[in-house]
Design a protein around this ligand. Structure first.
Ligand code: FES
Length: 131
């Protein structure tokens, strides 16, 4: 059974959609269920996440987890966001049915890939400046 909070977020997700000018994009797929979560980050020059959005093809819990993780990381530094885990998302959602707990882990994986992508882009830019 989903909590009312999860159902509400699923019905009215925040942060849904792509993000123009994103400088960190991550995608994670769970091969067992086929759900996909893509997270877009816009990180400013101070390394603070100004905006976070998601596109998710999946179950109620993966959509709720995506929406929640985006809410949780907005305003955090990229280093702080790296510390966010699927367990934190699960707690913020007020729990999920046991067979849906992996949806939070998928949101975490997608976020970490977006952060990785951000650092790769940053490194590329810095190399360009050094040339
Ligand atoms: Fe697998 Fe939601 S059922 S991520």
């Amino acid at each position: 059974m989903y909590t009312q909070k999860v159902i509400n977020i699923f019905k009215y997700p925040r942060n849904a959609g792509g993000l123009h000018g994103a400088n960190g994009i991550g995608k994670a797929i769970d091969n067992s269920c086929g759900d996909l979560i893509k997270i877009y980050l816009k990180v400013n020059e101070e390394g603070v996440i100004e905006e976070a959005k998601f596109k998710t093809f999946g179950c109620t819990a993966s959509i709720a987890s995506s929406s929640m993780i985006c809410d949780m990381i907005k305003g955090l530094t990229i280093e702080e966001a790296q510390e966010i885990t699927g367990g934190d998302v699960l707690e913020e959602l007020g729990g999920l049915p046991v067979e849906k707990v992996h949806c939070c882990a998928l949101a975490e994986e997608s976020l970490h890939k977006a952060i990785e992508d951000y650092f790769k882009r940053l490194e590329k830019e810095q190399k360009k400046l050094e040339e």
